[in-house]
Design a protein around this ligand. Structure first.
Ligand SMILES: NC(=O)c1ccc[n+]([C@@H]2O[C@H](COP(=O)([O-])OP(=O)(O)OC[C@H]3O[C@@H](n4cnc5c(N)ncnc54)[C@H](OP(=O)(O)O)[C@@H]3O)[C@@H](O)[C@H]2O)c1
Length: 338
């Protein structure tokens, strides 16, 4: 029997990262998982296959050299360790930061760290890298009627000029990653995801993300919105994202940007679907507007990898069903995650 391949997954305790680790172990990989807090990461050891194929490393993007050990011996790396910062270093919300500070604290650190980590990956002879990014980098001033990830690229200058620093973090991250990958000869695939909905694999996934709002709705409490927004939202199942990321690592012809989301629905339709699972008490009030049309995507690149993307109704259904399964600290919701 051949040796399993080794993959480094950075940000393994996150929502996307945990699904990556779970799927990589399921597919037989040896996993080098990077985390900031090794105690928190103990729960990853409960994943099937972890006892003999999971190795946990402490690494922080502010010390890129901490990635040398987990990258050593890995054939591929998945970077899920650059969530969008929502506040400056002292906790002030991004919107309240003056422009220079917002750039220095929100955008620049991820960009610098990503470049250095990929340079280290190149030196360690890692051959493929996957960067988890978001559709925030696919919003040019004049978008195509049907968005295409190669054509529809956000302008970093526009994002900076209009104070969209959280979105700029993603655009800058992608640019830095591509420059570093080109420099060291690394095949880079960038995944543009949107709002992630799936059963929490680790208890703290319920504390952040939209999952917290959905759980409030399930208790009959108000969630994110008081009134249904007129716009639309795109959704990603992190289990699909994980399968896609691994397929990208394994397919030499794959590189560049890919949409990794199931579809876009109007918020009115999303809340109509949610209403099947939750009491009416917490649901937002109708707004009386004619809903905007959902965003249209060209999925030809996404679908070229043959990875199935979960319909939004199934994504929401599985999330709400998972809430009634076990207590928050139950071992692992494999029945739902598989
Ligand atoms: N969740 C969504 O709805 C969504 C939507 C679109 C795109 N995305 C993108 O997908 C990627 C992953 O998102 P996510 O939702 O999985 O994020 P997440 O749940 O917040 O997890 C982020 C992970 O990165 C780690 N991390 C954070 N800062 C770090 C640092 N300075 N050094 C090392 N590790 C660090 C965190 O470790 P700790 O556990 O120690 O905090 C955690 O493991 C991000 O690029 C995000 O922008 C997410």
């Amino acid at each position: 029997m051949s040796e399993p391949k080794t993959i480094c997954i950075a940000g393994a305790t996150g929502l996307a990262g945990a699904y990556m680790v779970h799927e990589a172990l399921h597919q037989g990989y040896r996993v080098h998982a990077t985390v900031r807090d090794v105690h928190r990461a103990e729960r990853l050891r409960r994943f099937p296959g972890a006892s003999d194929r999971l190795q946990i490393f402490q690494a922080h993007t502010e010390s890129p050299d901490s990635f040398i050990a987990p990258l050593t011996g890995a054939e591929a790396v998945i970077l899920a360790c650059f969530p969008t910062p929502r506040s400056g270093r002292d906790g002030r919300p991004v919107a309240e930061l003056e422009p220079g500070r917002a750039w220095r604290e929100i955008v620049a650190p991820s960009k610098v760290a990503c470049r250095q980590i990929l340079q280290i990956a190149g030196q360690a002879e890692v051959s493929a890298a996957v960067l988890c990014s978001s559709t925030a980098s696919a919003a040019p001033a004049t978008p195509s009627p049907v968005l295409n990830e190669l054509r529809d690229v956000s302008s970093l200058a526009d994002q900076r000029a209009t104070g969209k620093y959280m979105q700029a973090q993603k655009t800058a991250l992608e640019q830095a990653a591509q420059e570093a990958a080109d420099q060291v000869g690394l095949r880079l695939t960038t995944l543009l995801s949107s709002m992630m909905v799936a059963p929490a694999l680790l208890p703290w996934h319920m504390e952040g993300h939209v999952l917290r709002f959905l759980a409030a709705l399930a208790r009959g409490e108000p969630g994110w919105h008081r009134q249904v927004p007129s716009g639309s939202m795109s959704l990603t199942d992190p289990a699909d994202l994980a399968r896609f990321a691994l397929a990208a690592c394994e397919t030499p012809a794959v590189s560049g940007r890919y949409f990794t989301l199931s579809d876009s629905w109007t918020w009115a339709r999303i809340y109509q679907e949610i209403a099947r699972y939750v009491p009416a008490t917490g649901l937002p009030a109708p707004n009386g507007d004619v809903p905007h049309l959902p965003t249209l995507y060209d999925f030809s690149r996404r679908d070229s990898l043959g990875v199935r993307f979960t319909p939004i109704e199934d994504m929401l259904g599985r999330f709400f069903q998972s809430l009634s399964l076990t207590a928050a600290d139950a071992p692992l919701r494999d029945a739902v995650a598989d």
